[in-house]
Design a protein around this ligand. Structure first.
Ligand SMILES: [Zn+2]
Length: 126
């Protein structure tokens, strides 16, 4: 893959828009990324894919968009469980279990303290 300048690719794989806690709308985000000279941008809002469509509609030529999200999780391999955020890319936003889980995590009354969805925990090996 070649960059617009024929040199090193400039990539940001972790950004947030106003679809979660970012300060730029998805359209403003892709515009700012292009103006900054990025070649690839991932939009990874917290627990939502709501920014994907507006980002695609506003995508400047020359900028490639990676669709993703930052998923709120809880790793149960430790006691107490460890809350964490998992960056996920290129998944099916219409997968029924994912749609249900994201709705559960974003439900009113949920907070970072009690709203994290469980993740599959890796097993420790000795
Ligand atoms: Zn983040």
């Amino acid at each position: 893959m070649t960059s617009r300048t024929g040199s090193t690719l400039r990539i940001d794989l972790h950004t947030h828009s106003t679809a979660s806690d970012g300060t730029l709308t998805p359209a403003e985000l892709v515009s700012a990324a292009s103006q900054a000279g990025l070649d690839v941008l991932a939009i990874t809002d917290h627990d939502t894919t709501a920014g994907w469509a507006p980002a695609v509609r506003a995508l400047p030529s020359g900028l490639r968009l990676v669709r993703g999200a930052e998923l709120s999780c809880r790793w149960s391999g430790a006691e107490p469980a460890v809350p964490l955020h998992l960056l996920a890319y290129l998944f099916d936003p219409d997968h029924p279990e994912l749609v249900a889980e994201l709705a559960r995590v974003r439900a009113p009354g949920r907070s970072a303290a009690n709203g994290w969805s469980p993740c599959s925990a890796p097993t420790a090996s000795t």
